[in-house]
Design a protein around this ligand. Structure first.
Ligand SMILES: Cc1cc2nc3c(=O)[nH]c(=O)nc-3n(C[C@H](O)[C@H](O)[C@H](O)COP(=O)(O)OP(=O)(O)OC[C@H]3O[C@@H](n4cnc5c(N)ncnc54)[C@H](O)[C@@H]3O)c2cc1C
Length: 497
């Protein structure tokens, strides 16, 4: 189709969660909307497709959670134990994990809009279920939720993308695949007037009153990763889409946008050693290995290098991949015994897994091809340091080690119930933290802190929310919150809302 003399009120760049929320909000507010997606249709959904679909939001009352799920029987409701996760709790987690660096305007906007945006997503036919499989353990006949994260989209990331695209199609929003945005067009005063696109038949321009950038971070761009994150980052695996290569950020910087946030940091997890260089849409997120708080992690010298039980998984997983990248050969092994197995997540049971098993520690080390003596010594010292208190996976149980470094601060059980299992991991980057500076209305700011007229941004390419670390489930939530605000703002800018 088109290519030439086209005009839309709002053009949205990207077709992931943030961009689609922006497109739906702009359309709801009366704008004509076009979505440009660089990837071919079979790769639609960006990183959002690869997610578990988990959303972190603040709620004062468990009924607010039940309302978002809808159709829950009294028996189902009484079978779960969910503590309120207040806005204060969300703030505390965000600030604790980001070393108090998260931008207050962005943080406030994210947190106070989280529940209303979940309700808005429901009106767009996104359906949610309790994240019982990942975020709860059975205690005394009830499923007890932990870590402030309780809902996921039905069908995970795949389901989420399907819901949003289905709705966009119903709202008659055109999504143009294999169409890469290459340059923002601005007038002499710096106001955005359109965008240049490279489609299947070559380059062309589209006029627009407003552009929303939702084109993801730069994690799939090897050169930018190395330039901004540092040495060896070109060697990390990318967990998700290969298409998030930073053009959204670069395009905006070229028209004078301000860079913001933690450019040298990223969300990076422990990812299967044998995983391909980019995400695999069939395996999805299952290359991640996230039950390590109940086991131990060693490097090829058999040495531990993190406190596996420092906090709930949600609050350490995004950082520990970076710690693995710094180990020799970028390799680590997660070790478990039979006591751990009932607690382990489904991702350990997939066919595409790097796994060893043995009745002895020596045999396990030989299979892992790591330093046998070093490994056995580490486990013996660890076992001797474990304190004899009660184990409880649903709370920070304080069952810890004493006298070893690094310590294990919670869930420290002796590693003494063979057969032992080991899972090989390396660093898998999820998304980068540095990006553009935006207002709480998702408008992009220039270097003088003035709006770039007509330019809005949302999702991974917004800087300033996450530094060092990240509370699990905040990526989709921030994409939805700032996507919705960007779409509304763009429609307003186009004189529609
Ligand atoms: C395996 C995995 C599991 C995750 N699980 C969760 C989870 O459960 N909960 C959570 O909150 N977060 C999770 N995340 C993080 C989450 O994926 C991101 O925070 C979120 O999806 C980012 O959404 P986005 O819309 O900004 O980017 P994306 O969904 O990546 O969308 C960006 C889109 O822009 C397109 N694009 C890029 N450049 C251009 C261009 N020049 N022109 C046109 N289009 C372009 C890309 O092709 C892509 O489709 C996970 C990530 C991964 C990889």
């Amino acid at each position: 189709m088109p290519e030439g003399n086209e005009r839309f009120d709002v053009v949205v760049v990207g077709c992931g969660n943030a961009a689609l929320c922006a497109a739906l909000a702009a359309k709801e507010n009366g704008a004509s909307v076009l979505v440009l997606e660089k990837a071919p249709q079979e790769w639609r959904g960006g990183n959002s497709y690869f997610t578990g679909g988990l959303f972190r939001f603040a709620f004062d009352n468990v009924d607010e959670v039940f309302d978002l799920v809808g159709d829950m029987s009294d028996t189902e409701k009484s079978g779960v134990e969910i503590k309120p996760y207040t806005s204060g709790g969300f703030f505390a987690d965000l600030y604790r994990l980001t070393d108090n660096m998260s931008d207050p305007d962005l943080a406030n906007t994210l947190i106070f809009n989280s529940l209303p945006t979940m309700k808005w997503l429901r009106t767009k036919n996104v359906r949610f279920v309790l994240a019982s499989g990942r975020q709860a353990f059975k205690v005394g006949g009830k499923l007890r939720f932990w870590g402030g994260l309780v809902l996921e989209a039905v069908g995970g990331g795949v389901g989420l993308v399907d819901f949003l695209i289905e709705r966009a199609e119903k709202d008659e929003i055109e999504i143009r695949y294999a169409s890469k945005a290459t340059r923002l067009i601005a007038d002499r005063m710096g106001a955005i007037t359109g965008i240049e696109v490279r489609g299947e038949n070559g380059p062309y321009e589209i006029e627009a009153d407003a552009i929303v950038l939702g084109a993801g971070g730069f994690q799939a761009n090897t050169e930018m990763r190395c330039r901004y994150l540092g040495p060896d980052w070109e060697l990390a695996k990318v967990r998700g889409t290969p298409y998030n290569t930073g053009e959204g950020i670069q395009m905006a910087l070229e028209v004078g946008a301000q860079s913001f946030g933690h450019w040298s940091s990223s969300h990076t997890v422990q990812w299967d050693l044998g995983a391909p260089p980019f995400g695999d849409r069939k395996v999805g997120e299952s290359f991640q290995k996230h039950s390590y708080p109940f086991g131990l992690i060693v490097n090829i010298h058999g040495q531990r290098f993190v406190d596996e039980g420092a906090d709930f998984r949600n609050y350490t997983y995004a950082e520990y991949g970076r710690r693995v990248l710094r180990q020799p050969s970028r390799i680590a092994w997660q070790i478990f015994d039979q006591k751990c197995l009932p607690l382990m997540r489904d991702e350990y049971r997939i066919r595409e897994v790097t796994k060893c098993a043995s009745d002895t520690l020596e045999g396990l080390a030989e299979q892992m091809e790591i330093d046998v003596e070093g490994f056995v010594k580490t486990i013996e010292e660890y076992n001797a340091a474990v304190q004899d208190t009660e184990f409880n996976p649903t709370i920070l149980d304080g069952k810890k080690t004493v006298g070893i470094d690094p310590p294990k601060s919670n869930w420290a059980q002796k590693m003494d119930a063979p057969p032992y299992e080991a899972y090989g991991v390396t660093a898998g980057i999820t998304f980068t933290f540095g990006g553009l500076r935006t207002t709480k209305d998702s408008q992009v700011l220039d270097a003088e802190n003035k709006n770039v007229p007509g330019l809005f941004a949302c999702g991974e390419l917004v800087g300033g929310l996450f530094y060092y670390n990240y509370p699990g489930g905040s990526g989709l939530m921030s994409g939805a919150v700032f996507g919705k605000l960007a779409g509304e703002g763009a429609a307003r800018h186009a004189g529609k809302a």
